[in-house]
Design a protein around this ligand. Structure first.
Ligand SMILES: Nc1nc2c(ncn2[C@@H]2O[C@H](COP(=O)(O)OP(=O)(O)OP(=O)(O)O)[C@@H](O)[C@H]2O)c(=O)[nH]1
Ligand SMILES: [Mg+2]
Length: 451
């Protein structure tokens, strides 16, 4: 995977701007720097220089920055050419770099090199991408904490706790005659409980951070004319879907992302569900069911004047049962005194008016409740977790549960050690640094084997 060729890319977004930056990374950049800028750049000093084409013509002038290895983003020599931010001039400058011996970098290749050169671990590298892609302030703040290594440090201390328990168990198995720390059932169990509690805490923080990162898919469904399109418009505070009093107005699914307390909700308005012979409407309804397959939450909307119809029940019977649902009773503005929301119901029910906006804050709150987002949550302490982190954490949790069962079930030390090894491996996949030599190194450094 490692390669030492010189890579170059335009690091700033396409289009016109004040400044455009070309970034170059490789083993020795002095010669390429001299060819393109005509100077041998000083280390970590901003120098005004010309940028030259192959034939010696000046293409642009700007700032040259040179970061020699190993003190650079990638750990290799890095050269930055800051020119004027126009697409034509940037492309010209890039082709000069390519002609001078660089090749075009792959997406993410600078960060990949930073990872391979141990400048960043996997979590931090993912943090870089998350900062760039963050769409909310919450998400950006979480991502910077990953880049600063706070998520990595938490995973490391979990791995350390697991490893040290495992070392103790393996030492007891390998050197039963040695005077090692006395290891009894209670001690192992207590340490496992501590590890489990911390794992649960990290899992919860990661789950919340995962919501910030991925957002929630919210699908609006119901009979025609109940006010689904009116509701997406009200939630988005924008006229994005056509609303008419003709049943069957919406045919295609319509999507919009909104934020509630900083959490992205990806809302899908769908075609109303009913029996129809209209070919277009039929395909619309097929799309409604397809949208439901990706739903995290569904809002089942009904009209307060025509609530609980036979069709409502037919629709409800066909809905997936494993997706959390909120019943929304719409058009309460048509009644003089709207009924109150009955929160004790098994399926939460919210009464609102998509037309006037009355009751919308209750829906916001209910949505946050259903996803388990606490209004007291600030993003402090949350981890910007991806799906792979979540499954690794969940696998590690399972390993610890298994280990605990083995303690009470015959105290089988070999098998407990196996579960701990698996937990350590699962967690190490998060930071990307598992090697089986780790454990040997730990054993020799923490025990006086030669005494
Ligand atoms: N009074 C009142 N009328 C509403 C409300 N919400 C929607 N309507 C009206 O109900 C009719 C249907 O609204 P839509 O939002 O198009 O309903 P829909 O569920 O998207 O309908 P389809 O796309 O046909 O499935 C329109 O005439 C809306 O103005 C509400 O809260 N109060
Ligand atoms: Mg509609």
């Amino acid at each position: 995977m490692e390669s030492h060729d010189i890579i170059a890319a335009i690091a700033t977004p396409p289009g016109n701007g004040g400044i455009g930056i070309i970034r170059i990374s490789g083993k020795d950049l002095k010669s390429i720097a001299y060819t393109v800028t005509g100077i041998l750049p000083k280390q970590r000093v901003a120098q005004l220089s010309q940028f030259y084409a192959e034939n010696g013509n000046v293409i642009d002038q700007g700032i040259t920055l040179y970061f020699p290895s190993p003190h650079s983003y990638t750990g290799e020599d890095v050269l930055e050419l800051h020119g004027h931010g126009g697409s034509a001039v940037m492309n010209l400058l890039l082709s000069c770099c390519l002609n001078a011996g660089a090749r075009l970098a792959q997406p993410g290749e600078f960060t990949l090199r930073a990872f391979l050169n141990n400048k960043l671990d996997l979590l931090q590298a993912e943090g870089v991408a998350d900062i760039i892609n963050a769409t909310t302030e919450h998400a950006a703040r979480c991502a910077i904490r990953s880049l600063q290594g706070k998520f990595s440090a938490t995973i490391h201390s979990l791995v350390e706790a697991i490893t040290s328990l495992r070392i103790l168990i393996e030492a007891t198995l390998d050197f039963p005659e040695e005077e090692t720390e006395f290891l009894n059932v209670e001690k192992v169990e207590t340490r496992l409980v501590t590890i489990q509690t911390e794992l649960e805490r990290v899992f919860t923080s990661s789950k919340q951070g995962n919501l910030l990162r991925e957002g929630v898919n919210l699908v609006l469904i119901g009979e025609p004319n109940v006010g689904k399109s009116s509701l997406i418009n009200q939630l988005a505070e924008e006229d994005i879907a056509i609303v008419t009093d003709i049943p069957g107005t919406t045919r295609d699914t319509i999507q919009r992302t909104i934020q509630i307390s900083g959490i992205p909700f990806h809302i899908t308005d769908t075609a109303g569900l009913r029996q129809t012979e209209d070919i277009i409407e039929k395909s619309g309804i097929a799309r409604t069911y397809a949208a439901l397959e990706k739903a995290d939450i569904m809002l089942f909307i009904s009209d307060i004047n025509t609530d609980n119809t036979e069709l409502d029940h037919l629709i409800l019977d066909k809905l997936p049962t494993d997706i959390p649902r909120i019943n929304v009773v719409n058009k309460i503005d048509l009644l003089p005194a709207p009924p109150r929301d009955l929160q004790a119901k098994r399926i939460p029910t919210i009464h609102l008016s998509a037309k006037t906006g009355k009751g919308i804050p209750n829906l916001h709150q209910k949505l946050l409740d259903v996803i388990g987002w606490h209004s007291s949550n600030n993003d402090e302490g949350l981890f910007m977790a991806r799906q792979r982190h979540m499954s690794a954490l969940s696998d590690a949790k399972e390993n610890i549960v298994n280990a605990k069962k083995l303690v009470t079930n015959g105290y089988q030390l070999e098998l407990i050690a196996d579960e701990l090894r698996a937990a350590q491996k699962n967690l190490s996949t998060i930071t990307g640094e598992f090697t089986s030599d780790d454990l040997l190194g730990e054993i020799f450094s923490s025990f006086c084997i030669g005494k």
